[in-house]
Write a protein that binds this ligand. Structure first.
Ligand code: SF4
Length: 118
């Protein structure tokens, strides 16, 4: 029969402490993401603000260049949320952001507004 060894009591975190830890992680992640978005937007405005191609057309060369930058960006979701919140109307949405073209984000902005989601 295996011998039972008495283990010393472990100091485990309580739920309240875990909630505080979780909220700090979330807040830190959001702050880091917001910082990354801010740095990107200020890095090269010319890269992301271009003559937009119309809905139904393929992205033009300038859009493709910006979309390629966004493709590897880890903060795309937050970038999109910020873009939808920052622009009061769909017509203020400009250029490429969050891996989406102007026409795509304008359509999204209109739909979110229609559904009362922004
Ligand atoms: S998703 Fe695109 S526009 Fe947004 S921060 Fe990333 S690279 Fe910049």
């Amino acid at each position: 029969m295996p011998r039972t060894v008495a283990m010393p009591p472990m100091d485990r975190p309580g739920t309240d402490e875990l909630v505080v830890r979780y909220r700090l992680i979330t807040r830190r992640a959001l702050l880091e993401a917001a910082e990354a978005v801010a740095q990107c937007a200020g890095r090269d405005p010319e890269l992301f603000a271009m003559q937009a191609s119309p809905m139904g057309d393929q992205p033009n060369r300038a859009e493709r260049r910006a979309l390629a930058v966004c493709a590897g960006c880890p903060v795309q979701p937050l970038c999109l949320v910020q873009d939808m919140r920052e622009n009061g109307t769909a017509f203020e949405v400009r250029g490429v952001r969050a891996g989406l073209r102007q026409v795509e984000r304008r359509a999204l902005h209109l739909e979110l507004t229609r559904q009362g989601l922004r």
